[in-house]
Design a protein around this ligand. Structure first.
Ligand SMILES: Nc1nc2c(ncn2[C@@H]2O[C@H](COP(=O)(O)OP(=O)(O)OP(=O)(O)O)[C@@H](O)[C@H]2O)c(=O)[nH]1
Length: 265
């Protein structure tokens, strides 16, 4: 077996290979990470990452091992700003003109029950995507899928008692203005604010009464959910562009109601 330095570097071959490759790298890497939380602390999670660079037509292969070297070298909790540094370093490490990293992970939000004050954790699905291009600079997109309750206004109006309600998954994806930052908690709160009622990890009986009545007093169609959120995001100068969607898992059908709004300033 030869020493590593005697091995041919096939990836490093220079010639005309015909096409620029827009994205090349590693996909679906599972890795333990710290992500920043709104209280200034950090929480541990396991992320699934896609890490890509662009490759010019003159280069046969990218330096595949360097993506994992970059990941292992990272220290400290990730937030928007830290991801910016991470992606820029990655571009430099791989001699690339553009680089992007996206990561998906479960994130836990601390909740306080409305009457008993019982504290619990609620899991949401979160994602961050950062792209750096030599010609266009930095783009950061944050995504959170928040579970909420929605109660049908039509059902409430036409029924002598009761109203059908469902769990809704609200996904907010926001592209932030340069140098702006936003916590994942903030996006969760925006989604919850538009819902008939938010969810909690733990509820005692007085809390259960509260959330039942709260949803009944605050009925929302799937259209109301996405429009209320769109209104809040348009008013936030940090948001350059957004996609908001809600999937309502109907309790009176075996299919979902769905709505989406896309917006760019
Ligand atoms: N470019 C490329 N690399 C691959 C592919 N399949 C496997 N490899 C990787 O090749 C890697 C080793 O090549 P490099 O990353 O160039 O490693 P190296 O030459 O030792 O390291 P550097 O000198 O830092 O570039 C291993 O990490 C493999 O994962 C592929 O389809 N394309």
């Amino acid at each position: 077996m030869g020493a590593p330095e005697t091995l041919p570097d096939v990836q490093g071959m220079l010639a005309d290979f015909g096409f620029t490759i827009d994205q090349v790298g590693v996909k679906s890497v599972k890795f333990p990470l710290q992500v920043a939380s709104a209280d200034g602390g950090a929480q541990a999670t396991v992320a699934t990452l896609d890490m890509y660079v662009a490759l010019p037509p003159t280069q046969k292969g990218t330096h595949m091992s360097r993506f994992l070297e970059q990941l292992h070298a990272h220290q400290g909790p990730l937030d928007g700003r830290a991801l910016h540094g991470f992606v820029r370093d990655m571009a430099q490490r791989l001699n690339a003109e553009s680089a992007e990293v996206s990561l998906r992970f479960p994130y836990f939000v601390r909740k306080t029950a409305p009457v008993s004050g019982a504290v619990s954790l609620l899991d949401v699905e979160a994602a961050m995507r950062g792209e750096w291009r030599a010609d266009r600079g930095w783009t950061l997109t944050l995504t959170v899928t928040t579970p909420v309750t929605s109660l049908c206004p039509c059902s409430k109006e036409i029924s002598r008692y009761g109203a059908h309600n469902q769990r809704s998954a609200i996904t907010l994806s926001v592209e932030l203005a340069a140098d702006a930052d936003m916590s994942l908690e903030h996006l969760v709160r925006v989604a919850e604010h538009s819902a008939s009622c938010e969810l909690f990890g733990l509820l005692k009986r007085p809390d259960e009464k509260w959330v039942t009545e709260r949803a009944y007093d605050n009925p929302k169609f799937v259209e109301d959910l996405v429009r209320d959120i769109a209104r809040a995001l348009v008013a936030d100068p940090r948001v350059q562009a957004f996609v908001v969607e809600s999937e309502n898992f109907e309790s009176i059908h075996n299919h979902s109601a769905f709505a989406r709004i896309r917006h760019r300033r």
